[in-house]
Write a protein that binds this ligand. Sequence first.
Ligand code: SAH
Ligand code: MG
Length: 198
Amino acid sequence: MNINELKKIKKRALDEHIPIIMDDTLEVIEKELKKNPPKKMLEIGTAVGYSAICFSEFLADKGTIDTIERDEERIEQAKINIVKTEVAEKINILEGDAVEILPILNEKYDAVFIDAAKGKYPFFLNQSLRMLKKGGIIFADNILYKGYVMSDYNKHKQRTAVRNLREYIKEITENPELETEILEVGDGLAISRLKDEK
Ligand code: SAH
Ligand code: MG
């Protein structure tokens, strides 16, 4: 991995207000990945590839990441970035809307990172659960959405996102097959592990 290029990618993304993963959130996820290095990881929301590039350091031997993005400019930038950081062979960018791509995927994943349209989180959860291996883990970023999720007052603009993020939290906490924690790092991170009934 070319750390120098990674630093440049991070700086440019921040300058351009691309909502890349926050440092404290990344730290928590990397710690989890280190405990159980995934052979196959799924990411929903590539942006310019920053988080996928970071995660690629923590994969199992010959491990890979499938990452979905619909914005054409960001896809082009992500392609350049994975080459510059020398991790292109570990990252497979799936181009298009995750709402269309997820249902046609038929893979088994050890870890999933959900980081795309907040209004679609319950759908992303169900699709991720369909493909998650026993003992696998799902991370969902921005789950507390600047505090809106826990507050009574929400502007019209945020209402659908907030309703769906609450629905996501309800589903992960009520699902008896999942062990879930919600952490107040970054913009809120939900971590759910699919129990491995042994
Ligand atoms: N994971 C990245 C940041 C992702 S930002 C990182 O931490 O570096 C969220 C991205 O999700 C945006 O680039 C947006 O275009 C994309 N996105 C949102 N909804 C999507 C959808 N339904 N399908 C595919 N991509 C989506
Ligand atoms: Mg995010």
